[in-house]
Design a protein around this ligand. Structure first.
Ligand code: TYD
Ligand code: MG
Length: 451
């Protein structure tokens, strides 16, 4: 087969080189050259017409008042937590990337979604590029996803998938996973950045021209280092992140990018024997194993997406064996943790933290992105350091500033309401709480009995 020409492009400065080099000759960055396929394009106009939103005619400028409103027709998938995140459902011709660590449950989720769509009378093609059709069938049995209208094929070639779109004529195509796809013209291995990008781009072009809704599965590593899905973010319309503690049961689905709506919603699932189930009461779930009266444990009233949730934050402060104090953060931003420790030392006068090991985590595999979780982390650290539990029935929220002040955060009513719903009697945050003015971290420590 004739091989198309390839070049190597620096991912930092965009300079190209005919061969691979360890260091970009133009900007001097290391390991930034990535192989790319050169596709001969006859003219600039042709290049435009093959772009993702291929226009079959040239458009003249219009007054904005004359532009027709084109309501986005999204169709529900039948998996409510996903539809909530998408703000309705999947959009014909649009591409959704579902990223997550291996083993988190992407294939499970999408098989359930595929079955849900098929049940509503639409056709779905599930392309399994990692497993055999038989393995998929076995999984589908467990999930109750053996439904009419769901078509399955084990295939890795992008060209062949394009043909299958004509044969099957699906409304929705799921491709699991984009890392396993192959564009044979490209010399690099499946899963390499060049392959992933080229394969995804071709697939997206094929699907868009047929108005098929595409769902791509993409693996990401824990630190997001293997940037496969990252390079795809610009090619696709929607990026969903599926995350959680692989060993615990809870999974959070959130939109990272969404061309057709807000990125504020989160979906919460629980992984069970028969697949993923919606969790309608996340707080109850996060707090299910909590023991009260234990030092180092504080309940945070946070907002994840738009939903108020109560999450237990734990901290453990201990002697540093190596004389080289360690910092561990799980589900808590490590930069925030370092900042909170500095504020506790310098502004509140809690001495000695700099020489001790400090670990902090959010229970249940949640990743706390809400700055309103700061206060809980700070209190948990002090509670562990002093080996003193905070009062039962206490839930807290608030962002901690560099001067030790508590900064207000959004959705206070929802946070307080959620805490009260779960039986928390004292909710402490910036502002007045139970008659007392809480303005600083110090104020909060004193209400929590830690000063
Ligand atoms: P999977 O969907 O294969 O993850 P991914 O596609 O993201 O790599 O599922 C991961 C784990 O979920 C796997 O270890 C088995 C478990 N699992 C269940 O607990 N219950 C189920 O019903 C299914 C299908 C999987
Ligand atoms: Mg999988």
């Amino acid at each position: 087969m004739a091989r198309a020409r390839s070049i190597h492009r620096c991912q930092e400065c965009g300079a190209t080189s005919p061969r691979w080099q360890g260091r970009c000759p133009s900007c001097g960055e290391w390991n930034t050259l990535v192989e790319e396929l050169v596709v001969a394009e006859p003219s600039g106009l042709a290049a435009v017409a093959t772009g993702p939103w291929a226009a079959d005619r040239l458009e003249s400028p219009q007054a904005i008042t004359e532009v027709a409103l084109d309501a986005v027709a999204s169709t529900p998938t039948g998996v409510d937590e996903l539809d909530r995140v998408l703000g309705g459902g999947l959009v014909p011709g649009a591409v959704t990337l579902v990223g997550g660590e291996p083993g988190i449950g992407k294939s499970t989720l999408l098989l359930q979604v595929a079955a849900g769509v098929a049940r509503s009378g639409r056709r779905v093609l599930y392309v399994t590029a990692e497993e055999s059709s038989a393995q998929l069938r076995a999984r589908a049995e467990r999930l109750g996803a053996v439904v009419e209208g769901l078509w399955v094929v084990a295939e890795t070639s992008v060209a062949r998938i394009g043909e299958l779109l004509d044969e099957v004529a699906p409304d929705v195509v799921v491709v699991d996973s984009v890392q396993a796809l192959v564009t044979p013209e490209l010399a690099s291995a499946p899963g390499s950045v060049a392959q992933v990008r080229e394969s995804a781009f071709r697939l997206v072009t094929e699907a868009r021209s047929r108005s098929v809704a595409v769902v791509l599965v993409g693996h990401v590593t824990k630190d997001g280092a293997l940037a496969g899905p990252r390079v795809l973010e610009h090619v696709v319309d929607t990026v969903l992140g599926f995350e959680g503690d692989r060993h615990g049961g809870l999974r959070l689905l959130r939109a990272v990018k969404h061309r057709f709506g807000s990125t504020a919603e989160v979906g919460v699932f629980e992984m069970g024997e028969d697949g993923l189930r919606a969790v309608t009461d996340p707080s109850g779930h996060f707090l299910a194993d909590r023991r009260t009266g234990v030092p180092g444990s504080v309940v945070a009233a946070v907002v994840q997406g738009r939903r108020p949730m109560l999450v237990e934050v734990q901290a453990l402060v201990g002697d540093s064996s190596a004389g080289n104090p360690r910092r561990g953060a799980q589900g808590v931003d490590s930069g925030r943790l370092a900042l909170l420790l500095a504020v506790l030392e310098r502004r509140v006068g809690i001495r000695g933290l700099g020489a001790l090991d400090v670990h902090a985590l959010a229970v249940g595999g949640v990743r706390l992105e809400d700055p309103g979780a700061d206060l809980a982390v700070a209190l948990a650290v002090v509670s562990s350091l002093q080996n003193r539990a905070v009062p039962d029935g206490l839930a807290v929220f608030g962002e901690v500033g560099l001067t030790g002040e508590l900064r207000s955060v959004g959705r206070v009513t929802e946070r307080v309401g959620e805490a009260q719903r779960l039986g928390f009697t004292t909710v402490v945050g910036p502002g007045s709480t139970g008659g007392e003015r809480i303005e600083t971290l110090q104020d909060a420590l004193s209400v929590a009995d830690l000063l």
